[in-house]
Design a protein around this ligand. Structure first.
Ligand SMILES: NC(=O)c1ccc[n+]([C@@H]2O[C@H](COP(=O)([O-])OP(=O)(O)OC[C@H]3O[C@@H](n4cnc5c(N)ncnc54)[C@H](OP(=O)(O)O)[C@@H]3O)[C@@H](O)[C@H]2O)c1
Ligand SMILES: [Zn+2]
Length: 411
C-alpha cells in the first residue's frame, strides 16, 4: 500500500528536503510568483536530466558492465560542458563534462565549472576503480550543486557518492526524472541486484499466436517498423541468444543492421552441435558469434567454427541458467532471447527471462502444429499463468508491441 502523504489537493509544486542521504519531496504552498519560478526551475532540471539521458544513450550497448551515464555542466542557465561514459575502462561521464567546462586546463581561470551545477543521471561514484572517484573530481572542480537522477543501486555503495558531496558542502538534489533514469539503466540495475544479466524475451507472433507457419517459415511475421525497432533493441543489448533449431530453420543474421551501431554478441545454444557448416552467424566480420555447447559435442564442427572466427565454449550442462551465468561472468548486463518456443519455455522456467517484448502482427496464419512463442511450462490450470507486471503496449507501424515484466517471485 502507498503510505506517502496525500499531496494532490495541496499543490503540485513540491519542495525538497534532505533526509538520510535521500531527497524527500514534501508539499508546500507558494505564492503564485514563487510557484512559477519553482515550476520553471523543475522544468529546467527535467530538461537537463533528459539531456543527460540523451548523451548517455550515445553509448548504448557499449558500456557493460558499467551503466549508461551522461552529464551536463550548467552555469547561469547555460550548458558549458557535456559528456557521457563511452565504455568500461574509459573515464566516467562527469570527467568528460568537467573537462569540456575547462577543468584540468592549463590555466585555472579556464575552469568555468567553479560554482556551476552538474546534472548526472546516476549518482556519482565514490570509489577507486579503473578511474578515480567522480565525487572527488566534482569537489575539486568546485561545483556548487549536483543534480542526480537516481541513486546507485548497489546496496554497498548506494548514497555514498551523495554523502561525500554533501560532506564537502556541495548541494545535492536527487530524484529528477527518476523513472526515465531507471528505465535506461534497468539492465545494469538488474545485474547489480540479482547478479545475472537482465533477460529479455522478444518474439514476433501473428494474432493467432504463431511465430512461424506449420512448415517453419517465419520471414516475416511483422512489418518493417517493428523489425527496425528490433534492430534498435539489438543495438542496446550485450548478447542475443537463439537455439540450434532457429539457426537450422531461419539462418538469421541477428545484427543491428545500422551503420555505426553496436552489434551484440550472437550466441547459439546447441547441445549436439548438429549445425550447418555454412550459416550467416558464422560470418564474423560484422559481429562476433559464440556457440555454447556441451562437452565433446561434434569436434569436427567445433574445429570448423573456430577457423571461421566463431568462439565455442563447452559448458558441463547446457541450460539457460548456465548460459546466463556465463554471460554474467563476461560482464554482460542485458541478454535478448530471440529463440523459438522450446528454448524460451526452458529460459522462463529457469528464471533466465525477466522482461517480455511481444510484437503482435494483425494477421492469421493458422496451423494446429505451427510453433508458438512459449513451449510447455508444465501448467495445467489458468490460475498458474504468469501474470505480467508493469504492462505497456503501443502501436509500432501496423503491428502492436506488448511489454511487461515477469513477477520476480516466480523466478
Ligand atoms: N517469430 C519469432 O519471433 C521467432 C524467433 C525465433 C525462432 N522462431 C521460430 O521458432 C522455431 C524454432 O523453435 P525452437 O524452440 O526449436 O527454437 P530454438 O531457438 O532453436 O531453441 C531450441 C534449440 O535450442 C537448443 N537448446 C540448447 N539447450 C536447450 C535447452 N536447455 N532447452 C531447450 N533447447 C535447448 C537445442 O538446439 P540443438 O537441437 O542444436 O541441440 C534446441 O533444438 C523456428 O520455426 C523458428 O522459425 C520464431
Ligand atoms: Zn564516476
Amino acid at each position: 500500500m502507498d503510505n506517502s502523504p496525500i499531496v494532490a489537493q495541496v499543490d503540485t509544486s513540491l519542495n525538497y528536503t534532505q533526509e538520510d542521504g535521500l531527497i524527500v519531496r514534501s508539499p508546500v504552498v507558494f505564492n503564485s510568483q514563487s510557484q512559477d519560478s519553482m515550476s520553471s526551475e523543475a522544468d529546467f532540471d527535467s530538461r537537463m536530466m533528459q539531456r543527460c539521458l540523451e548523451l548517455a544513450r550515445r553509448a548504448l550497448g557499449r558500456t557493460s558492465p558499467n551503466p549508461l551515464v551522461g552529464a551536463v555542466v550548467v552555469k547561469d542557465g547555460e550548458i558549458i560542458g557535456e559528456g557521457f561514459h563511452p565504455r568500461a575502462g574509459e573515464p566516467h561521464a562527469e570527467v568528460f563534462a568537467l573537462r569540456a567546462a575547462g577543468v584540468g586546463a592549463a590555466s585555472p581561470e579556464e575552469n568555468r565549472a567553479r560554482g556551476a551545477t552538474v546534472y548526472v543521471n546516476l549518482e556519482p561514484c565514490n570509489h577507486y576503480g579503473r578511474t578515480p572517484p567522480c565525487s572527488e573530481g566534482l569537489i575539486k572542480a568546485g561545483v556548487a550543486k549536483v543534480v542526480v537522477g537516481m541513486v546507485d543501486p548497489n546496496p554497498l555503495v548506494a548514497g555514498g557518492g551523495i554523502a561525500r558531496l554533501r560532506a564537502a558542502g556541495v548541494e545535492v538534489l536527487v530524484g529528477i526524472e527518476t523513472e526515465a533514469c531507471q528505465q535506461l539503466n534497468e539492465a545494469f540495475v538488474h545485474r547489480i541486484l540479482y547478479k545475472q544479466p537482465l533477460g529479455i524475451l522478444k518474439y514476433a507472433m501473428t494474432l493467432d499466436g504463431k511465430i512461424a507457419t506449420t512448415a517453419g517459415h517465419s520471414a516475416w511475421v511483422t512489418n518493417q517498423a517493428a523489425r527496425s525497432e528490433v534492430h534498435q533493441l539489438r543495438a542496446a543489448c550485450d548478447a542475443i541468444i537463439v537455439g540450434g533449431n532457429t539457426v537450422r530453420q531461419d539462418n538469421p543474421y541477428l545484427t543491428s543492421h545500422q551503420v555505426g551501431a553496436h552489434n551484440p554478441l550472437r550466441v547459439v545454444m546447441s547441445r549436439q552441435l548438429n549445425l550447418p557448416e555454412n550459416a550467416r552467424l558464422w560470418e564474423t566480420d560484422e559481429a562476433p558469434t559464440l556457440v555454447l555447447t556441451e562437452v565433446r559435442a561434434n569436434p569436427d564442427l567445433q574445429k570448423l567454427l573456430l577457423k571461421r572466427g566463431v568462439e565455442v565454449v563447452e559448458l558441463p550442462a547446457l541450460t539457460p541458467a548456465q548460459a546466463m551465468m556465463h554471460l554474467y561472468e563476461r560482464g554482460f548486463c542485458s541478454v535478448l532471447w530471440e529463440c523459438g518456443g522450446n528454448l524460451a519455455a526452458s529460459a522462463i522456467a529457469q528464471g533466465a527471462v525477466q522482461k517480455i517484448m511481444a510484437f503482435i502482427a494483425p494477421k492469421i496464419i493458422g496451423g494446429t502444429h505451427a510453433p508458438t512463442p512459449v513451449g510447455d511450462l508444465g501448467f495445467t490450470t489458468m490460475t498458474e499463468a504468469l501474470p505480467l507486471e508493469r504492462v505497456r503496449w503501443r502501436v509500432v507501424g501496423s503491428d502492436c508491441l506488448v511489454e511487461g515484466y515477469l513477477p520476480q517471485n516466480s523466478q
